[in-house]
Design a protein. Structure first.
Ligand code: NAG
Ligand code: NAG
Length: 289
């Protein structure tokens, strides 16, 4: 099943422009559970492959207590001062403080948010954003970034889009201010054209939509991907029904985990990533490290 065909306008409609903007810290948190012993919580269901969690959120620093509570998991926080790094060479002092707090934890990795507008944005502006993030470390090591989260990555193939993403990847890899090993995330939000493979992403968000779409078509689209690459795939599912019982939730997570390693779910039905849903801590607690 071709998710892109079912969601033809998604690239243009999937969320409003203010989605990632704002003065708060936007976090995409990748929690790496090296071996998820879901067998412990699912004694009769067997053990799905190990999972991670990817979390796109607007959060204030005090909401990052989850990092403290789960030192056994790896978190990757994507910082986004202003739909990108902002116009200055450094973010404001509140933002710097927040980044410094995240960066204190050895289980945290920091990525800078850069929009590519489906490879239609001026590449000079994209490169500028990357270099601003890379430059933060020269001003204060506590601000050093581990990589870049490329939002609005293209999913429809064209030679220009391919060249654009490759060039952007080269710029990231060549940016000396970013910590090694660098992580590059592409977020097309749907399964991209296979020809984008090799354009530099370590992780690709291959589904970002609501629960009903996941059930209707997303799951099948993602299941068609190469199972041996699941560690390079991420899934983000919002509007998850609050009525799921814990067994259903675990089955849902196990089904996601069977096709992709980096997962995020939220029951939020609007402003999906601006807050932790009420059951967020339940969700994270259910992921053993
Ligand atoms: C570096 O950043 C951290 C965290 O924001 C801050 O506490 C520290 O004072 C900064 N150091 C300098 C030299 O600015
Ligand atoms: C991302 O991929 C590049 C190229 O394959 C690799 O050198 C780098 O180590 C990867 N990053 C991480 C964090 O594994």
């Amino acid at each position: 099943m071709n998710l892109e065909k079912l969601l033809p306008k998604r690239g243009f409609q999937r969320r409003p422009m203010w989605f990632w903007s704002g003065v708060t810290v936007v976090a995409v948190i990748i929690i790496t559970a090296i071996a998820v012993p879901l067998g412990i919580v699912l004694p009769k269901r067997g053990k799905p492959p190990s999972a991670s969690i990817i979390l796109p959120l607007y959060i204030y620093p005090h909401d990052i207590t989850i990092v403290e509570s789960r030192k056994d998991l790896k978190f990757t926080v994507v910082v986004n001062p202003s739909s990108g790094p902002g116009s200055e060479s450094l973010p404001d002092s509140h933002y710097r403080e927040a980044i410094g707090q995240f960066g204190k934890y050895p289980n945290v990795e920091l990525l800078g948010y850069v929009r590519t507008s489906y490879a239609k944005r001026s590449i000079e502006d994209v490169i500028r954003d990357i270099n601003v993030y890379a430059g933060w470390s020269s001003q204060n090591m506590s601000l050093s970034m581990n990589g870049i989260f490329l939002d609005e990555a293209p999913h429809q193939y064209s030679h220009d889009a391919d060249s654009f993403m490759r060039k952007v990847g080269q710029e990231i890899n060549g940016a000396t201010g970013l910590r090694e090993p660098k992580t590059i995330v592409h977020n097309p939000g749907v399964v991209p054209d296979a020809r984008f493979h090799g354009t530099g992403a370590n992780i690709t968000v291959v589904f970002e939509h609501d629960y009903d779409s996941w059930r209707a078509s997303g799951q099948a689209a993602v299941a068609a991907l190469a199972p041996n690459k699941r560690d390079t795939y991420s899934l983000i599912v919002h509007s998850v029904p609050q009525t799921l019982n814990s067994g259903e939730l675990q089955d849902f997570l196990a089904s996601m985990s069977s096709v992709a390693q980096h997962l995020y779910i939220t029951t939020n039905r609007a402003d999906y990533y601006e807050s932790f849903a009420d059951d967020w801590s339940q969700f994270v607690s259910a992921v053993p490290g």
